[in-house]
Write a protein that binds this ligand. Structure first.
Ligand SMILES: NC(=O)c1ccc[n+]([C@@H]2O[C@H](COP(=O)([O-])OP(=O)(O)OC[C@H]3O[C@@H](n4cnc5c(N)ncnc54)[C@H](O)[C@@H]3O)[C@@H](O)[C@H]2O)c1
Length: 279
């Protein structure tokens, strides 16, 4: 039996993809790769101007991109976005739940609202986007692929001051597993990408703003590169490539998986580890 060619496997021609948080950072890089693979990409973000600019950059590259306004924590706006995307392209084939927020507060001093907001966007937002898309995918019986952007914090907390964030990313892990099991019967694959630290626009803002509770955010980021076996930070396109793999037929038999994109930082021994010096 002839195998499908590699271009066919990776192609998203004729598919519709929604990427949340795609105005900047990982989301913009993900939207770019999905657009390059042929998908009609909905660049969704609560930063409308940023989404317009991101979509414009993709259109200038010859890709099919439409900017959309959404606050994923607001169910009404989520429903409107998914309705608009489905109406325009016929159906939603791919959803990338990338939008997320992060900040630094020691647990004892963390404002309860900060904890609630983080869970509201990262967890409830991902649930709402997914449920709206899944209900349509189930109804039209054509399957689909959902990729949740988790973090290495879905496994371990990567630094102090991240209890809210780490909680939210563990929850994304649980949601990914539950969705994968329940939705497999509908040919909907659900996977997570777990990136390591990257200097995205959001991360740069966090570092330059410092942390109100006295956490030295800059010190947290210094040295990550040295502790990473591949000796660099994550690049947004590293994440985008992993998402393209999971979204495409390259990953046709992959569901409930956690694809860690961290340069090896999670698997190294905890203490006394000396990264390879080159040999
Ligand atoms: N940067 C890192 O080191 C890192 C590492 C691991 C995982 N992540 C995860 O990757 C994802 C993207 O992170 P990033 O660093 O690119 O962030 P970023 O702050 O640079 O970009 C996030 C985008 O999401 C949008 N957004 C935030 N809340 C939203 C909401 N309620 N509705 C719609 N859009 C919203 C923002 O406007 C922004 O454009 C997040 O889920 C984050 O937790 C980041």
């Amino acid at each position: 039996m002839a195998l499908p060619g590699i271009n066919e496997l990776v192609s998203l021609d004729g598919k519709c993809a929604i990427v949340t948080g795609a105005a900047q950072g990982f989301g913009a890089a993900i939207a770019r790769r999905l657009g390059e693979a042929g998908a009609a990409v909905f660049v969704a973000d609560r930063n409308v101007e940023g989404a317009e600019q991101s979509a414009e950059r993709l259109r200038n590259l010859g890709y099919n991109a439409t900017a959309c306004s959404v606050d994923i924590a607001d169910r009404g706006k989520v429903t409107a976005l998914v309705d608009a995307a489905a109406e325009r392209t016929g159906r939603v084939d791919i959803l990338v739940n990338n939008a997320g927020i992060y900040s630094n507060y020691y647990f004892a001093q963390m404002p309860p609202q900060e904890f609630a907001d983080t869970v509201s966007v990262n967890v409830v937002g991902t649930f709402q986007m997914s449920q709206e898309v899944v209900q349509r995918m189930v109804a039209d019986r054509q399957g689909g692929s959902i990729v949740n952007i988790a973090s290495v914090d879905a496994f371990n907390t990567s630094a102090e001051g991240l209890a809210h964030y780490t909680t939210s990313k563990h929850a994304i892990g649980g949601m990914t597993k539950s969705m994968a099991i329940e939705l497999a019967a509908h040919s909907i694959r659900v996977n997570a990408v777990c990136p390591g630290a990257a200097m995205t626009e959001g991360a740069i803002a966090l570092v330059t703003a410092g942390a109100p509770e006295g956490i030295d955010v800059e010190a947290q980021w210094d040295g990550i590169k040295e502790r990473t076996p591949l000796r660099r930070l994550c690049d947004p396109d590293d994440v985008a490539r992993a998402v393209l793999f999971l979204a495409s037929d390259m990953a046709a038999f992959v569901t409930g998986a956690f694809l860690v994109v961290d340069g090896g930082i999670l698997v190294q021994p905890l203490e006394g580890y000396v990264p390879p010096s080159g040999h």
